[in-house]
Design a protein. Structure first.
Length: 426
């Protein structure tokens, strides 16, 4: 399906045509079709016998770019052998031309990860100079490969535990594994990344006078005793449990951030992110949304841990990126929750995912697949029963509220994984 023919309605039934907004002197708005073509459209031309079909799709895509040249690549996908021939001759997606005072030099640590890659896409389309540093522990070069070679883009393999020198105006510090199997893989390394990585990036911000934003997490509230959680709540964290390396790591990273702010005047922003999902989430992460979608797409039983009565709220990645950019460019130095308050029990959410998978398969492929089974397994240690953000502060100080309904975000994500499964890259 051509990405331009997918219509997306927001929570209030209005069509979403753009993401981002012009606020705090920083314009972050881009057409959704431009952004979407970076993850829903393949980055190669196909040698498939059905090229007639794909050129029709391409023609539709060209129409939708309204006179602008769509980005092109000469890489060739060979469906028979599920292989791809890469070339360096790429025409990149057009990016805005900004005057030197408008164009910022932006460092994104962890920019090859799920959230980082979407932030990079947005900042690149907006015309800024973006440098990514990443050690590729959970991220992959493929998430941003469509920018490699672009004059505004630089990718450096680097571990934030070691110092890094660069001149920059803004630092988005995301580097840190975010899913339980990955952050528990080496708990001491996770703590080092949180503490030393943040120390190094704050040192860089101090030297360059760059503005520094850290992506903290709702996990700093632990298994909360108040609902929903606002930023004044100090949390209820087990300091020695299996999740502590991440939860306490992020808590100390916040402490360091405010230490540098108070002692050295570093200009800081702290985003407390709640569960986020979207295309490019690594399905090996074991996070609930990607697990459910992959199981339903493969026709396997869907696994719910516990009785499914625990609740979660999920925000779509474009809402998060809107919030991060707004926070970075605002004057708010206090922590700000960024999340979607629409709460689901995990059991209901599993049902929604399997229905979405069935709907997308019917709409895109005309196939009627049966609903898969949902089974239960024992709940892991310290898994919070309930978590929901209070986003009043984000609304008041950033004018930000989530727009994407969970249903719309899920449909995009299902299409993304479905295409990846079909081409053999998952
Ligand atoms: N996705 C969510 O729901 C969520 C929720 C709360 C907070 N966050 C925070 O957002 C940030 C990004 O999360 P994500 O979901 O994109 O996770 P991710 O694992 O996809 O991305 C993290 C990136 O950081 C890189 N990285 C890890 N350790 C590093 C190191 N020592 N040096 C350099 N790079 C390193 C990884 O390779 C990866 O590219 C993290 O800081 C995470 O704690 C995410």
């Amino acid at each position: 399906m051509a990405t331009s023919s997918i219509k997306v309605l927001d929570k209030y039934g209005q069509e979403i045509k753009t993401v981002g907004f012009n606020r705090f002197g920083f314009d972050s708005e881009v057409p959704i079709d431009e952004l979407r073509s970076l993850y829903l459209r393949p980055h190669y031309v196909s040698t498939a016998p059905s090229t007639a079909d794909s050129s029709k799709e391409d023609a539709k895509e060209t129409e939708s770019t309204q006179g602008r040249t769509p980005y092109q690549t000469n890489s060739i996908y060979h469906p028979d052998s599920q292989s791809i021939s890469y070339t360096t001759l790429t025409r990149f997606q057009p990016v805005k031309l900004l005057s030197p005072p408008e164009r910022k030099r932006i460092l994104v640590t962890g920019g090859a990860g799920f959230v980082g890659s979407h932030l990079v896409d947005r900042l690149m389309l907006l015309g800024h100079e973006v440098t990514v540093i990443d050690n590729f522990f959970t991220g992959s070069k493929t998430t941003v490969s469509h920018w490699i070679g672009h004059p505004n883009f630089e990718m450096v393999r680097h571990d934030v535990v070691e110092p890094f020198m660069i001149e920059c105006d803004q630092i988005y510090h995301l580097a840190c594994p975010a899913s339980p199997p990955h952050y528990q893989f080496n708990a001491v390394k996770t703590l080092k990344t949180s503490f030393m990585g943040t120390l190094n990036m704050l040192g860089l911000a101090k030297r360059t006078k760059a503005r520094f934003l850290i992506t903290s997490t709702s996990e700093i509230y632990g298994d909360p005793e108040v609902h929903p959680q606002n930023e004044e709540y100090w949390g209820h964290v087990n300091p020695i449990g299996p999740r502590a390396c991440y939860d306490e790591g992020k808590r100390v990273a916040e402490t360091l951030t405010y230490g540098y702010h108070r002692q050295d005047g570093v200009d800081v922003r702290v985003a407390r992110i709640f569960n986020t999902y979207g295309p490019r989430m690594n399905p090996a992460d074991g996070r609930v949304v990607s697990n459910f979608i992959m199981q339903a797409l493969r026709g396997e039983d869907m696994t719910v841990y516990g009785d499914g009565s625990q609740t979660r709220s999920f925000q779509y990645v474009h809402d998060l990126i809107d919030g991060l950019i707004a926070l970075m460019n605002s004057n708010e130095t206090r922590p700000v929750n960024i999340g979607n308050g629409d709460e689901f029990t995990i059991g209901d959410f599993a049902k929604l995912v399997r229905e979405t998978v069935r709907k997308v398969k019917k709409e895109d492929d005309g196939v009627d697949v049966p609903l898969v089974n949902i089974i239960q397994k024992p709940i892991p240690t310290d898994d919070p029963q309930k978590r929901r953000p209070d986003t009043t502060r984000a609304k008041e100080v950033l004018g930000w509220q989530p727009k994407w309904s969970v249903e719309m975000g899920l449909e995009e994500m299902v299409r993304y994984y479905k295409a990846k499964l079909a081409e053999g890259s998952l």
